[in-house]
Design a protein. Sequence first.
Length: 137
Amino acid sequence: MPDCIFCKIVRGELPSYKVYEDDKTIAFLDIRPVNAGHTLVVPKTHANNIFDISPEDWAAVSETVRKLTIAIEKGIAADGVNIAMNNREHAGQVVHHPHVHIIPRFKGDGLKLMPQRTYKEREAEESAQKIRDALKQ
Ligand code: AMP
Ligand code: ZN
């Protein structure tokens, strides 16, 4: 994808603080980190997000995320790590090339990622059933 910024990073046409590379994936520092060491893992082959990445590329990204999470916790001396992925615009996706955020966390860093709520009556059962039905399609 010629104009995709993460494809440009993969091709070396844009600079990045690359921390890892293998045949299917690369990992580099997010330019605007939540905490220092915040890393993005991306497939080398262009796709938009989780909805169209190939199962093989997703498996490779997942394994790179696992490896990098261990290295980030150790290397950055983090107290914990969040793993996140935004898929589609209304979920906060800005760069339309699949990427998983690995965010080192520190005791007392004060970040609260997502507000949570309780289910209304029947909402949990209905939601679970919709997902089970979609899996059968
Ligand atoms: P998302 O909202 O999940 O699409 O996140 C896109 C992320 O890419 C943001 O956290 C940006 O800070 C990051 N980003 C954008 N451009 C670059 C770049 N050239 N190098 C590294 N990270 C970038
Ligand atoms: Zn791309």
